[in-house]
Design a protein. Structure first.
Length: 336
């Protein structure tokens, strides 16, 4: 089965072609980072308009790369939610219109399910069941994953997501959007131990997260210290150390609580080098395995959407239906 995947939930337009027998054939991604940098964050209206400009050229690009045509498609998958409503509507309208014109099925995929299953595309895929740490700009969750479509929420952030805290910290330090890569790069030049920031809820004896207090602590520290490059690097290091400690501690606790020994890490923050190194160290110390998606699949992408659809459609295709809706808010644990 040849599936075209369409991702347009926020500020990246991703298209991919996945064959259920041959695997991932091609994928292409356009990032809107440069367009949104002047505003310090994503502007929903601009994001939607840019998706309109990109989705058709990118679909043609991946088909050309794979040596296929639109008429070769067996199905189209798109991100139904969660995400920005206008951005989701662009991808959904394109996918549904194309599928209806070709007389083939289409299906909406949960954005986080795509991230959660993306490590299965790697050269070293995990097997079910496992614990998943979903960590991105809008989400920080721990899930028990029994199989495709069977997810149990173990814990999540009560306020800011990890990626959101990175973005806000970057702004406090005068860094450009997006904040995650910028803070991580600056932290590499910082000295460990000069500043000590709180590890929110690290001793809460549950699997919940909270990062608003960490963000506030960074704000107070920035205001109390000299505004020089070395100090900002040390603050970035202290922030990242605190964030990584919390994420690793909660992940280890989730594995112990579920009695599982496999951890999957997915989402944009999963590309953070210090987080990966700390999780690898924790895996060796606590005797569990940790799995990551390929770095190019950590950000939003069409490959994870096409792949998730292929796994779901293994049990049968849905009927052809030209109607569609999007779900800006959508609970992953409610999927069946």
């Amino acid at each position: 089965m040849l599936i075209l995947g369409v991702e347009s939930s926020c500020d990246e337009t991703g298209l991919a072609l996945y064959d259920s027998d041959a695997g991932l054939l091609a994928h292409a991604l356009h990032s809107q980072v440069a367009m949104h940098q002047d505003y310090g964050g994503v502007v929903p209206e601009l994001a939607s308009r840019d998706h309109i400009r990109r989705v058709i050229p990118l679909s043609r690009q991946v088909l050309t790369q794979a040596g296929r045509g639109f008429k070769d498609l067996d199905a189209v998958a798109y991100t139904e939610g969660p995400g920005l409503a206008g951005a989701l509507l662009v991808g959904a309208a394109f996918a549904k219109g194309l599928a209806f014109a070709l007389g083939i099925p289409s299906v909406g995929i949960h954005h986080l399910e795509g991230h959660l299953l993306s490590p299965l595309l790697s050269g070293r895929p995990p097997v079910f069941p496992f614990v998943a740490l979903l960590v991105s700009g809008g989400h920080t969750q721990l899930m028990r994953v029994n199989s495709v479509g069977r997810y149990e929420l173990l814990g999540e952030t009560q306020d800011d997501a990890a990626g959101e805290a990175f973005d806000k910290t970057a702004k406090l330090l005068g860094l450009e959007y997006p904040g995650g890569p910028a803070v991580s790069k600056l932290a590499e030049m910082g000295r460990a131990g000069r500043f000590k920031l709180p590890r929110p809820m690290i001793n809460s004896h549950d699997l919940e997260f909270s990062f608003s207090g960490l963000k506030t602590a960074v704000l107070m520290l920035v205001r109390s210290q000299p505004s020089d490059a070395a100090t900002h690097a040390d603050i970035a290091r202290a922030f990242q150390d605190a964030m990584v400690d919390v994420l690793v501690s909660k992940s280890v606790a989730a594995l112990k609580a579920t009695k599982l020994n496999r951890l999957v890490v997915a989402g944009g923050v999963g590309a953070n080098k210090q987080l990966r190194a700390a999780l690898d160290e924790g895996a060796e110390k606590n005797r569990f395995e940790v799995f990551y998606p390929e770095l190019e699949l950590c950000t939003d992408n069409g490959a994870m959407i096409a792949f998730a659809a292929a796994l779901r459609w293994g049990k049968g295709l849905p009927p052809i239906d030209p109607t569609f809706s999007v779900r800006p808010r959508w609970d992953l644990a409610a999927l069946g």
